[in-house]
Ligand binder design. Structure first.
Ligand SMILES: *Cc1c(COP(=O)(O)O)cnc(C)c1O
Length: 397
């Protein structure tokens, strides 16, 4: 039987992507820019109701540009959600700024507003307000965005929303990525829609046009307007190509369909394994419509079956699954960074994984992402559920 992926590229059945690429070939707009890039930005901004969008070479590049746009410099503090993929935090280090990691809450899995408030109070006392806050909508789950945005506003610190995994997630009639001063999207191969690789920066500030112009300037080698190549600042080669943007335009047309399928997959798992003792699915927030990018499960500590047992049982049948992101505050590369949590006494709970008793550490230790590919059939889903059910029931008897 064919290999089952966690999440893989899924081009439209209608061939929209190829039509846009074909047009680019016929007009010889292969590179650098061209109609697909500007139209992709316009179409995305319209779809999400964002003020301005800038197409870039990756989601990571978009976070980097957002940090530069808010003026993050060497030695500045940036508060960042700990439970995330490393790409949320790496650009802080590119700018020689200092990440301070914030714990999650059980209700949303994302940044805890209580821990964020605690971090603000602690760092205000030190006289070191952060230059920015990076919140993530992990697996398409919506963060506690209203409270987090309100806290940032109170301290007048810009908010950057990492919506790399949550394109299509809606909170109270508004798309994620448009709540913060800046939002970022990724079109990496495993994301809900893909351009093979790419990203986008959403600018939502009052001066969004000016901010977007600045980002465009940095992203295209910081070339001053002169006949010769004149540079006053360090630039980057971060712009999206016209071919890649063509794939994106085609994919955007099927985004709603992809969200529907991802939600169907989540609901299928909820119906077929949601009742197993000691197992629960990721939480759905009342006010949000999640894109359900990856369905993720938690096994309670009382459960005899461990995440690794299920991962291995699936792997044995050529089915991909993986642990929840390992929090940044537990990563060797960030071991000297501060971590703010509501949990008072932090200690290691699993030597082998390097997990601790923080909320993020617990979600990591108990969590598994299960196949959520939009090409999955009911037959595939049934097979996966039977394997998981067998593991849980066998071990718990
Ligand atoms: C994928 C991802 C990114 C980075 O996006 P790229 O396009 O791969 O650079 C950033 N943050 C999160 C949470 C992601 O999942």
């Amino acid at each position: 039987m064919a290999h089952i992926f966690l999440s893989s590229p899924h081009m439209s059945e209608e061939g929209y992507e190829q039509a846009y690429i074909k047009e680019a070939f016929e007009t010889n707009w292969i590179a650098p820019l061209g109609k697909n890039v500007t139209e992709f930005e316009k179409e995305m901004a319209e779809k999400l109701n964002a003020t301005k969008a800038v197409a870039l070479s990756s989601g990571t590049a978009a976070i980097h540009m957002a940090l530069k746009a808010v003026g993050v410099q060497q030695g500045d503090i940036v508060f960042c959600q700990s439970l995330t993929f490393s790409a949320s935090a790496n650009p802080i280090v590119y700018e020689k700024a200092v990440p301070v990691f914030i714990d999650s809450d059980e209700r949303t899995w994302n940044m805890s507003s209580t821990s964020l408030q605690k971090a603000f109070e602690q760092y205000t006392r030190l006289g070191k307000l952060p230059k920015a806050v990076i919140v993530v909508h992990l697996y398409g789950l919506c963060a506690d965005i209203e409270r987090i945005a309100a806290i940032c506003k109170r301290y007048q610190v810009p908010l950057i929303e990492d919506a790399a995994e949550s394109l299509g997630t809606i909170y109270k009639n508004q798309y994620t990525g448009t709540f913060g001063d800046y939002g970022i999207i990724s079109f990496n191969g495993n994301k809900i829609i893909t351009t093979s690789g790419g990203g986008m920066l959403l600018c939502n500030t009052d001066d969004a046009e000016d901010q977007a112009q600045k980002v465009l300037f940095w992203a295209t080698q910081a070339r001053e307007s002169a006949r010769w190549y004149q540079h006053k600042e360090i630039g980057y080669n971060y712009r999206m190509s016209n071919i890649v943007a063509g794939i994106g335009r085609g994919q955007l047309r099927v985004l709603d369909q992809r969200v529907e399928k991802k939600r169907y997959i989540y609901e299928y798992y909820q119906r077929h394994i949601g009742d197993l003792p000691g197992l629960c699915l990721m939480p759905m927030c009342q006010d949000a419509y999640s894109n359900c990018w990856l369905t993720t499960i938690q096994l309670s500590d009382a459960c005899k079956v461990k995440p690794v047992d299920i991962i291995l049982a699936l792997e044995d049948k050529d089915i991909e699954s993986r642990p929840v992101w390992k929090p940044m505050h537990l990563q060797p590369v960030f071991e000297n960074c501060d971590f703010i949590s509501e949990v008072e006494e932090l200690h290691i709970t699993d030597e082998k994984m390097g997990a601790d008793n923080s909320v993020a550490g617990g979600l990591f230790r108990r969590g598994i992402c299960i196949p959520s590919d939009t090409k999955l059939t009911d037959i595939d889903l049934k097979r996966i559920c039977i394997i998981i059910r067998d593991q849980v029931c066998m071990k718990n008897i």
